[in-house]
Design a protein around this ligand. Structure first.
Ligand code: AMP
Ligand code: MG
Length: 406
């Protein structure tokens, strides 16, 4: 076992992981199968949007200059519904009854709402105040021109972007397929959630945490590879099986210095090439990362807060790179501390923190007991970054905050 391995500074460690990860090749999928996946091509407008002068109200379309001249009583030339085109012309002194979404004929340039009208037989009186040209008309090309880029490659197809893609006829799109991830919990002390633990046992929470995180990520699908005892043969079997079927394998526990910490050795035996072992961070110092062909393997230290922190800081950026994200590193918030934070070491610390002052500030979770304290983690909104060189950060210091979710 490698003892006394030098600690790689956080930035270099994260860079080493990202360097070893390759984007998956794009595939073409029907839009309906691509919801939430990362787009690998730009989506452009196939025509101007709106494609025609769209009535934004149910009401009456008229000539603005008629209104400007003070005319308020119009002869109604007919009715135009959405999904139809008006054939013929609307003359001066005439109006067209029009529905929301119907194309305003070219000679008309103002719409008045039906609420501001009174009908008198074939005539309509409009109760328009100061008339504005183009009022209640969503003009052709106002949102975008034909050919304009509407969605940039490297962004996930969120519901709002799916709507845009659908509106411009992107019936099939280039995306990254769903990344297959295996989650394995290792540790002889672990039992499943539903089991009654012996006094010296604990329940596995790490694999539940990771599976739950993946349930929020539409572009990756995690399968659970089980709770495995610290037994080299059982671990080898579970890891080898996971490596066969997945793009990413995440195993928690068993990467530190204990006699029963077999994971680094076993991963090497499975043909995984180590690219990072130990980073100058707390928690999560013994993180292990390697690659086998295109597959990536993370050995995360078993303490629950270590798992949460190393997942956010290493695994998620790596997965985003694999998925084809343009911005691999997650956005960070910069917020002032509502309470002071201290540390005594020279490591980069990820301290569980909560929003304070309605989200305008952040504060360390009081009473935090270190990396094994999943109770504090469960009360937190994310991680406060305490830089390597910092020792005492007074209240008011602006810190990086990495929220669990945006
Ligand atoms: P290890 O990294 O195996 O040395 O484990 C560090 C600490 O995390 C130990 O106290 C373990 O009992 C605990 N731990 C390891 N795996 C899990 C897990 N899946 N769920 C909860 N705690 C764990
Ligand atoms: Mg262990």
């Amino acid at each position: 076992m490698e003892k006394n391995v030098a600690l790689t500074p956080f930035a270099a460690a994260q860079a080493a992981v990202l360097r070893a990860i390759k984007q998956l090749s794009p595939v073409r999928l029907p839009l309906e199968k691509a919801f939430g996946l990362v787009l690998r091509e730009h989506i452009r407008a196939d025509r101007p949007l709106p494609p025609f002068n769209r009535s934004a109200m149910d009401g009456y379309a008229v000539r603005h200059d008629d209104l400007a001249k003070g005319l308020r009583r119009f002869r109604c030339a007919g009715t135009l519904e959405a999904g139809a085109a008006w054939r013929g012309t609307v003359r001066h002194g005439e109006c067209l009854k029009i529905m929301t979404g119907a194309p305003v004929p070219p000679e008309l340039d103002a719409v008045e709402q039906v609420e501001k009208s009174r009908t008198e037989g074939a005539f309509v009186e409009l109760l328009t105040g100061e008339p504005e040209r183009w009022q209640h008309i969503h003009r052709r090309g106002a949102d975008c021109k034909k050919g304009e880029r509407l969605i940039t490659a490297g962004e996930p197809l969120s519901p709002a972007r799916v709507a845009v893609a659908a509106a411009v006829g992107a019936a099939a799109v280039r995306v990254t397929r769903v990344i297959r991830v295996a989650v394995i919990a290792s540790g002889s002390e672990l039992v499943g959630t539903a089991k009654k633990p012996a006094p010296y046992q604990i329940r596995d929470s790490n694999s539940r945490f990771l599976m739950a995180r993946f349930s929020e990520i539409p572009w990756a699908a995690a399968s659970f590879g089980g709770v495995i005892k610290d037994d080299p043969r059982a671990l080898r079997r579970a890891l080898a099986a996971a490596l066969k079927k997945n793009d990413v394998v995440i195993v928690t526990g068993g990467v530190s210095m204990g006699e029963r910490d077999h994971i680094p050795e076993i991963l090497k035996e499975c043909g995984v090439k180590n690219r990072l072992y130990k980073s100058a961070i707390r928690p999560g110092k013994p993180i292990w990362f390697g690659v086998k062909g295109a597959a990536a393997v993370f050995g995360l230290p078993g303490n629950p807060v270590s798992v949460a922190a190393t997942f956010s800081e290493f695994v998620l950026p790596a997965l985003r790179k694999m998925a084809g994200y343009a911005s691999v590193i997650l956005p960070v918030l910069r917020l002032p501390l509502a309470a002071p934070a201290k540390k005594k070491h020279a490591l980069r610390e990820f301290r569980v923190g909560c929003y304070a002052n309605g989200g305008a500030a952040v504060a360390p979770v009081p009473g935090y007991q270190g990396s094994g304290d999943f109770v504090s983690a469960g009360r937190s909104d994310g991680l406060i970054v305490i830089p390597e060189e910092a020792r005492e950060l007074p209240a008011g210091t602006v810190v990086e905050f990495h929220p669990w979710r945006f």
